[in-house]
Ligand binder design. Sequence first.
Ligand code: NAI
Length: 341
Amino acid sequence: MRVIVYSAHRHDIRDLSAANSAQAHAFEFFEARLGVDTARLAEGFDAVCTFVNDSLDAVVLGKLAKAGIRLVALRCAGYNQVDLDAAQRLGLCVLRVPAYSPHAVAEHAVGLVLTLNRHLHRAYNRTRENDFRLDGLEGFDLFGKTVGVIGVGRIGAVFARIMLGFGCRVLVHDAFTVPADLLQLGARQSPLAELLAQSDIVSLHCPLTPQTHHLIDASALSTMKPGVMLINTSRGGLLDTTAVIAALKEGRVGFLGLDVYEQEGDLFFEDLSSTIVADDVFQRLLTFPNVVVTGHQAFFTREALAAIATTTIANLDDFAAGRATTSPNRVDLGLVRRATR
Ligand code: NAI
């Protein structure tokens, strides 16, 4: 298949080329994001291969279909950026990489917890300045603390297991089922309200859907423990960022660790160090000493990247061989109904 790869960075070129060793597919790589202005580049290709911040709304999908595209191969698990109604209407098949390394994302979430808890981001800067004072670096033991995990699918379950290993009391909440082994290991299933009220640390691992949009808003924040640590490695839209900033200013949120941000499409994966960033909400977040933001890098491990490339090639193979309709990696309205029922 002739495949145009949008948002292609060095690692995408390296890993997709390696996984395509049989040369079954012809790739063209573009650093540009897919959007209204770049959709025309897809003329003459069979498939587009995209990442989290490429736009796949109805207008873009319409342009892709007109250009002759038949397949959208997502190099990610989340599909909230795709207008699936439009894709279905236009006869476009959408395949994704549902799982690559849940460990990568879960371990990054734990990294954010430890960074904030022990102020490692501040300690790093201090010691580089030969400032070895400890004032302001006092942390707290994770042992014995209550950790709430919202969404215990692939990533949330790994995160919960790690936190159980620290000796935390782990409360889990999922709209559907909770893995039995987690409960056997000592995690406790909990209604959302109870989890929010009791947790010292809350980590979000559910997908962004209409039901989970701004799951953590002003009203949810008002029920949480004063000084709570909030971690979001899932999707920015789960948090009402303005409400979280208000809670940070009042000290009601004690720590915030983010790998995702609602408006990250305008920021992440780009070098903006020489420009003026106009997003005042994001800029305000960066001023807090108890906030750590990483730029959607939780997935970014060797193992995860290799798995993404291998599954993407398998998805292209399946589509070329007419097997896509029965692929478990297919994203359609049925999957959305199952995920949000
Ligand atoms: P998954 O589908 O295995 O698990 C998601 C879980 O959330 C499921 O158990 C589901 O039942 C639950 N859920 C759905 N709606 C819910 C609700 N309203 N309340 C509570 N639970 C709900 O997905 P996986 O692989 O664990 O990924 C989770 C999320 O992590 C993805 O949706 C994606 O947005 C994000 N992600 C972030 C990455 C990063 O680099 N920062 C990389 C990969 C995924």
